[in-house]
Design a protein around this ligand. Structure first.
Ligand SMILES: [Mg+2]
Length: 256
């Protein structure tokens, strides 16, 4: 089974955790969802894609040139800031007075053509009843390019990007409140899909239903040592399409 439901407070939630109930019961808490919020990178496309590594390389190159560092030192600083602040950009802005637009334009100047259209995921998202938004630590321009390539852009009424967040990235809870306010989202009626379990913590605190999407190498600030505490993740799936498809089936069948 690709999906699992885990109650808040569950002691552990690794991918090996067995289902605690049958399929309908595992989705018993989604009947109230009216807002479907999606992270972008490594959530709507697999972490195994060669897209995100391109961004990683360009960040390193930018930082090396910007600060006059060796590629190795630039990479170390990039990861340090990423884990410390949620994005490398945030650390560069705080400590080096970086102008964010130049950085974002540079690191997102990549070949989005490595992504394949995903018509199955498109159908699954289209069938979800309610409003749909992208909530990303990347730029709107990058999100639009990714969504366009995947064939998903027309499903989303808005993109709340890092600029809309005043460059304060997830998992800073102020940014979640800002997103909810900006788009008139009701947190308690929202489901949030993310590949970073840390980014799901504030969502859970606000009453959102949280779905951890694990579909490849983890680029998010999630240390393996933190694997034991996923108690804030209501669901864990390694197959977003299958999760949504099952949810749609149950929602349409009046299971709730
Ligand atoms: Mg992500």
């Amino acid at each position: 089974m690709p999906q699992e439901r885990l109650p808040h407070g569950s002691a552990s939630a690794g991918t090996d955790t067995p289902l605690t109930s049958g399929l309908p019961l595992s989705y018993q808490d989604i009947g109230h969802i009216e807002f479907w919020l999606f992270d972008l990178d490594n959530t709507l496309y697999p972490g195994t894609s060669s897209l995100f590594p391109q961004i990683d390389v360009r960040m390193k190159t930018f930082i090396a040139e910007f600060l006059g560092l060796s590629p190795e030192d630039a990479f170390a600083l990039q990861k340090k800031y990423y884990h410390q602040y949620g994005t490398s950009l945030r650390g560069l802005m705080l400590h080096h007075n970086l102008e964010p637009d130049a950085f974002l334009d540079y690191v997102h100047d990549i070949d989005h053509g490595v992504l394949d259209p995903n018509p199955a995921l498109s159908t699954a998202i289209e069938d979800l009843p309610g409003r749909k938004l992208i909530f990303t630590n990347g730029s709107e321009r990058h999100a639009e390019a990714v969504l366009d390539r995947l064939g998903l852009g027309h499903h989303f009424e808005g993109i709340f990007d890092i600029k809309a967040a005043d460059f304060l990235p997830k998992p800073q809870i102020e940014t979640y409140h800002k997103m909810v306010s900006r788009h008139n989202v009701v947190a308690q009626k929202s489901a949030f899909f993310e590949d970073s379990h840390l980014n799901l913590k504030p969502a859970a605190e606000m009453g959102m239903t949280t779905v951890l999407v694990r579909c490849g190498p983890d680029h998010a600030p999630i240390a393996m040592t933190a694997e034991s505490d996923l108690s804030h993740c209501n669901y864990i799936t390694d197959d977003l399409y299958n999760w949504l498809n099952t949810a749609n089936h149950l929602l349409r069948s009046g299971a709730f």
